[in-house]
Design a binder for this molecule. Structure first.
Ligand code: UFG
Length: 355
């Protein structure tokens, strides 16, 4: 039994991690500022509400608890948004992580599992992306994650940090209990958008391009269940008990599904016929992203349980049918309205000053 700090534990993948840590008998402390996370997701362990950008808050947290390690999920993760506002991404994803690492060092906490992404690879040079594939990100989001990986590598060498960076491909699905799941507002990801559309929500879903060099012309992705991701983190923590240095692993099923195949699968699981219009390509979308996870399987002993896309979608459908999901989204919209009102207020203040 150990005590872990989960940064971003009120978010989608972080909350599934908290549940899994709790089930494994570990003690959990969540650090989350609830900027994108949900209060309802905080069902396991203690919650400290604050930002990784606040070093004083972090120091207090580490002074109060004796952590055996940290799992760091807290980040912004929408590619298009990172293109529009890169400084925000470098601030949240890089500068805030540096703060966390400094405080970890101060309090001699040396074990970290970090959420990285397939976006560190950029445009793939091969059909399957092996763990040693070159890293040439094509957007600030991917670059922000790669920068942190480099900081971890240097920190391992210089200060003896022990770190694992897990490069997720397309996280999907929800815990089969349906007590937690994905609830982004606005939602941008393909599977939840389709599932919500099938449930009658007014979702704007399109097929983003049919002229890619793939069999049916639509983009291929490697969808991996969120609980399989959480399991990999547990294995990574075990690995760090014996391994020094910094290690990277790919987390994916190794099987690709095209956008059209995902649409078909959602229709099949829900029994709802979907009429999805075709539009042009979404900028920055590589045609084919499929993980080679040999190292994760060989070194961590990771074996994804959800290998069928229909099974992954089925868990998402179950979650999206709950009142909890609807409540989380309603709360997120209210928070969004409050934030928008603050911006309008600031703008009025500004005008008054100028006028
Ligand atoms: N798509 C559509 N219509 C939609 C939404 C998505 O056709 O309405 C397509 C996208 O264009 C893409 C595929 O569905 O081809 C999957 O898109 P998602 O938005 O679900 O996921 P991404 O592959 O864009 O993003 C994921 C992670 C990112 C990570 C990226 C790596 O969410 O964090 O993979 O490329 F950076």
């Amino acid at each position: 039994m150990a005590k872990y700090l989960v940064c971003g534990g009120a978010g989608y993948i972080g909350s599934h991690m908290c549940k899994r840590l709790h089930e494994a008998g570990h003690e959990v402390v969540v650090c989350d500022d609830l900027s994108t996370g949900h209060l309802g997701a905080l069902q396991w362990g203690l919650h400290a509400c604050g930002s990784l950008e606040d070093a004083a808050f972090l120091r207090e947290l580490f002074a109060t608890h004796d952590f055996d390690g940290v799992l760091h999920f807290a980040a912004l993760s929408v590619v298009a948004e990172s293109m529009r506002d890169p400084q925000r991404y470098y601030g949240h994803n890089v500068a805030a992580t540096l703060n966390l690492l400094r405080v970890m060092r101060e309090f001699e906490v040396s074990k970290l599992v970090f959420s990285s992404t397939a976006a560190v690879f950029g445009e793939p040079l091969s059909r399957v992306i092996a763990e040693d594939h070159p890293t040439v990100p094509v957007n600030p989001y991917g670059l922000s994650k790669l920068m942190v990986e480099q900081i971890l590598r240097d920190s391992a060498r210089a200060y003896g940090l022990r770190a694992v960076a897990l490069r997720y491909f397309n996280a999907a699905g929800a815990d089969p209990s349906a007590v937690i799941g994905e609830a982004h507002d606005p939602e941008t990801h393909l599977i939840p958008k389709l599932v919500r559309k099938a449930a009658g929500e007014g979702m704007q879903v399109t097929i983003n391009g049919t002229d890619y060099p793939t069999e049916d012309g639509t983009c291929i992705r490697d969808y991996v269940h969120v609980n399989d991701l959480a399991e990999a983190h547990l294995l990574a923590l075990d690995h760090l008990d014996n391994a020094v240095g910094m290690h990277t692993f790919n987390l994916g099923n190794g099987t690709g599904h095209s956008v059209k195949q995902v649409v078909d699968a959602v229709q099949e699981v829900t029994g709802v016929a979907l009429d999805i219009p075709v539009t042009g390509r979404r900028p920055g979308d590589p045609a084919h992203l499929v993980a080679g996870s040999k190292r994760a399987r060989a070194v961590l002993g990771w074996e994804p349980r959800y290998t069928k896309i229909a099974d992954i979608i089925e868990t998402a459908v179950r979650w999206h049918g709950t009142d909890s999901f609807r409540n989380w989204i309603a709360e997120a919209s209210e928070a969004g309205d409050a934030a928008a009102e603050t911006v309008r207020f600031d703008a009025r203040q500004q005008q008054r000053k100028q006028g």
